[in-house]
Design a protein around this ligand. Structure first.
Ligand code: SF4
Length: 458
C-alpha cells in the first residue's frame, strides 16, 4: 500500500499524513475513566463522542461508556448550555454516576461555552445531586494531542478535588502515572505500596478497562480512584509525577493548590528510567527499594546481557506518545540498539531536548522530531533502513512496505492482543518488552536463514 513513498523529504507545513497522535478528547476520556464510577461526558456532537469511544473500545476490547451533549445546528449557533443542563439531568437520573467529567470537543470549544458557569448554575438549580461531582477540562483538539487531553483532564481532577491546607498524612504519596496502560497503573501503585508507602494513584484505569468476565454487566466497574480518595490528594506528603507531557502540569498544579512537592520523572520503562523512579521516591520519603525489585532488576540486566549479540547495533525506528517513547529510546540504547528515527505527533520541544540529553554520547544521534507523522518516518527510513519498527498499529503499513519486523507498542493497538494485560513499567515490564523485541528479531532471523544456518538452538 505504501510502495510509492519516496525517500525525498519535502518540507510540509499544513499537511499531515498518518499523524502519530490523535485528538485531545480521547485522552481526556481515557483519564476520566480512571475515576471510580465516573461517566465521561463529551460536550459536542454525537460523532466525536462515538469516534472517541470506539477508538478506546478497539484498543482495550472493553465497552467504553461516555455520554454526549448531542449538538445539532441550534446548539452550534446559539451555544450548548441547554444541551449540557439536559444531559446532566438525564445522566444523574438514569445512569447515577458519582462523577461526571465534562470535556468539550472542537465545536463547543470554538463556540466558547463557559462550562464551569453552566455547571455551577446546574448545581444551584439542583440538577447535580448533593454528594456528586461534575468536573471539567478544556481539551481543544486543534492543539496538542490525546496526551495533552489526558494531562488537561488530570489537571481538572486536581482543580476540583485537591484541597488547600490539608494536614499531611505520613507515608501517603500521590502517584501520577501519566498516559500508560491499565496494568501499568496497577503496577506503579503496587511498586509504591511494596515500599511501605500509601499510594494515591490517579487516574487509575486498572479494573476499569481490564476487568475480568463475571457474567454480570456493570456500567461502573470496581476500579478507578474514588472521589473521596481524590479529596485527600492535598494531604499527601509528596507527588511522583511520571512523564513531562502527561503529568507535569497536573503535578505543578497540585503543588500550587495543595502544597504537595513533586518529582517529575520519565515514565519508568527500562532500567535507567525505573532506577530514577525509585531514586526519586527514596530521596523524598526515605523508603527503601524492596529486595524483590532489586532481584527483578538483576534479572533484566542479565537478560540484556544474554541477548546482547542479537540486539547490538540493530537499527530501530520508534514513534508514539512522547513520554513512553523517550524512555523506550533510552532502554533500547542501553541494550546496544541504534535508534535511527524517533518521532511523536504530540507537539513540544522538550521531546527533542530530553532525547538529545539521554542519547548524548551514543554512537549516532537519530533523527528526532515532534509534531510529525508516519509518512515522514517512512521517508527517513527509506534513506536509512532499519532492522526493527516499534510503535502503534498504524506502522503496520510501513512494516509491510519495507518488509521490516514490527513490535507493537503504545496507543492505539487495534490488531494484536495482550497490550492491556502486561505492564511495560518497572523492571519486570522491561523483561516483558525485551522478550517481545528479542523474539521478533529471532523470528525474522529464522525466517531469513538458509537451511544450513537454520539453527535449533539460538
Ligand atoms: S471534531 Fe475535534 S474533537 Fe471531534 S473527532 Fe474531530 S478532532 Fe476530535
Amino acid at each position: 500500500m505504501l510502495d510509492h513513498t519516496t525517500s525525498e523529504i519535502t518540507p510540509r507545513k499544513a499537511l499531515r499524513v498518518n499523524p502519530a497522535k490523535t485528538c485531545q478528547p480521547i485522552g481526556a476520556m481515557y483519564a476520566a475513566l480512571g475515576i471510580n464510577r465516573c461517566l465521561p461526558h463529551s460536550h459536542g456532537s454525537q460523532g466525536c463522542c462515538s469516534y472517541h469511544r470506539s477508538h478506546l473500545t478497539r484498543h482495550y476490547k472493553e465497552p467504553v461508556m461516555a455520554s454526549t451533549s448531542s449538538f445539532t445546528e441550534g446548539a452550534s449557533v446559539f451555544g450548548g448550555s441547554p444541551n449540557l443542563r439536559q444531559s446532566l439531568k438525564t445522566i444523574f437520573q438514569t445512569y447515577d454516576p458519582d462523577v461526571v467529567a465534562v470535556h468539550p470537543t472542537c465545536l463547543s470549544e470554538t463556540i466558547g461555552d463557559d462550562i464551569p458557569t453552566i455547571v455551577k448554575k446546574a448545581s444551584e438549580d439542583g440538577i447535580v445531586p448533593r454528594g456528586k461531582w461534575v468536573i471539567h477540562a478544556s481539551p481543544p483538539s486543534y492543539a496538542g494531542s490525546h496526551v495533552t487531553g489526558f494531562s488537561n483532564m488530570v489537571k481538572g481532577m486536581v482543580d476540583y478535588f485537591t484541597n488547600k491546607g490539608e494536614k499531611k498524612v505520613k507515608g501517603q504519596i500521590n502517584i501520577l502515572p501519566g498516559y500508560v496502560e491499565p496494568p501499568d497503573m496497577r503496577k506503579l501503585k503496587s511498586m509504591v505500596a511494596e515500599m511501605g508507602l500509601t499510594p494515591v494513584g490517579f487516574p487509575d484505569t486498572s479494573d476499569v478497562l481490564d476487568t475480568p468476565k463475571t457474567g454480570h454487566y456493570e456500567m461502573y466497574p470496581p476500579g478507578g480512584t474514588k472521589g473521596e480518595k481524590l479529596l485527600t490528594t492535598g494531604a499527601s506528603e509528596y507527588t511522583m509525577a511520571m512523564g513531562h507531557f502527561s503529568s507535569k502540569d497536573p503535578a505543578a498544579h497540585l503543588e500550587l493548590k495543595g502544597g504537595v512537592p513533586f518529582t517529575l520523572s520519565d515514565t519508568p520503562i527500562g532500567v535507567q528510567a525505573t532506577d530514577r523512579f525509585y531514586q526519586g521516591i527514596m530521596e523524598a520519603t526515605g523508603a527503601e527499594i524492596p529486595k524483590a525489585q532489586l532481584d527483578d532488576r538483576g534479572r533484566l540486566v542479565d537478560m540484556m546481557t544474554d541477548y546482547q549479540h542479537y540486539l547490538y547495533g540493530k537499527k530501530v525506528a520508534l514513534w508514539g506518545d512522547p513520554d513512553q517513547v523517550i524512555s523506550l529510546a533510552e532502554f533500547m540504547s542501553d541494550m546496544g540498539m541504534q535508534p535511527v528515527c524517533i518521532i511523536t505527533g504530540t507537539p513540544g520541544k522538550i521531546f527533542e531536548k530530553r532525547l538529545k540529553a539521554i542519547l548524548e554520547g551514543k554512537a549516532l544521534m537519530p533523527v528526532i522530531a515532534q509534531k510529525q507523522d508516519l509518512f515522514y518516518l517512512h521517508q527517513v527510513i527509506k534513506k536509512q533502513p532499519v532492522d526493527l519498527l516499534v510503535g502503534n498499529t498504524y506502522g503496520k503499513y510501513i512494516a509491510r512496505a519495507e518488509d521490516t519486523p514490527f513490535v507493537r507498542f503504545g496507543f492505539p493497538i487495534l490488531d494484536r492482543a495482550g497490550h492491556s494485560y502486561f505492564p511495560s513499567v518497572g523492571y519486570k515490564g522491561g523483561i516483558h518488552l525485551l522478550t517481545s523485541i528479542v523474539n521478533t528479531l529471532l523470528d525474522r532471523q529464522d525466517r531469513d536463514a538458509p537451511d544450513e544456518r537454520f539453527e535449533l538452538v539460538l
